[in-house]
Ligand binder design. Sequence first.
Ligand code: UT7
Length: 331
Amino acid sequence: MTPVRAKISALGIYVPPRLLTNKDLESMVDTSDQWILERVGIRERHIADKGVASSDLAVEAARKALAERGIEAGEVDAIIVATVTPDMLFPCTACIVQHKLGAKSVWGFDLNGACSAFLYAVQVGSQFILTGAHKKVLVIGSDVMSSIIDYTDRATCVIFGDGAGAVVLEPADDDSLGMVDFIHEVDGSGGCSLYMPGGGSLHPSTHATVDQKMHYVHQDGQAVFKFAVRKQTELCEKILKRNGLSAKDVDAFIPHQANRRIIMATADRLGLNPEKVIINIDRYGNTTAGTIPLAMHTARTEGKLKKGNMVLMASVGAGFTVGATLLRWAY
Ligand code: UT7
């Protein structure tokens, strides 16, 4: 019998120990603790040491999720790694993670959906559960954003951090728990608002592309900001409506952590009680594919994620990619 729903059965997170504070950034670029706190909501972010890659963060987060579930890596059927900072263009980071975890007879792949990649990967993994093809899928969001940030560009370097989170997906034995619905959209017309132009097949790395800083993140912050508030709100309203729910039915709102003002503007438009809004951007910054599992962990630590809770998740990222997910927390 194929299951009716997939559920998240375990969660693990990892951030590298080294902190980059707003004070540190004040000595690197023309910025201030006050500007970053007021305009973005970040106090500090974690940064990986040289030589530490996305796979290293992913493996640490995965080990915690597997330990919480009480299973060995070899018991999962597939590994999906959501990332825009793969260790290298190929092989995919999922292969590197598989090898480091010592997971035998497993397949996997990377998913590039920028800040929406974790939600996208959760849905892709859930489909394998729903078809009955797999019993356990490990989904990891991991990014070492510091590897693609220009630390002389104040418009981007204050925003991003490094981090990872992992979940185990399984069939839900109780039909009232687990994934309820999702809505995903992409809008490629926004591609020029947030991108890294160098290093791909269009602009392979050369001395010239490096001189032109094409190997770094480029962002039109205001364009992304406006799209994020409008589109996140739209998809969240749509997913609630089509499931016969309203803001008061949401126990926890777990959004991508790109900017505190984006999160609060979305929550306000949705009419959500601020108590239900999970925010940890102050501690981690924007970790791209890591933000949502890190925020799930924060919600749990704050006692805001309990079995049966209705959880609304939302994300917007480069692409543009945008997504909303509804689930009932299953454990
Ligand atoms: O996760 C992927 C999705 N990404 C996002 O969702 C990011 C969305 N965008 C944002 O979060 C915001 O647009 C930013 C945080 C990137 C920028 O905030 P903003 O309030 O939109 O600032 P702004 O670009 O309108 O710039 C306002 C002022 C400018 O100065 P002037 O022209 O008014 O004199 C900037 O030069 O702030 C200046 N500024 C800074 N000042 C101090 C820009 N960056 C900084 C900085 N420190 N780091």
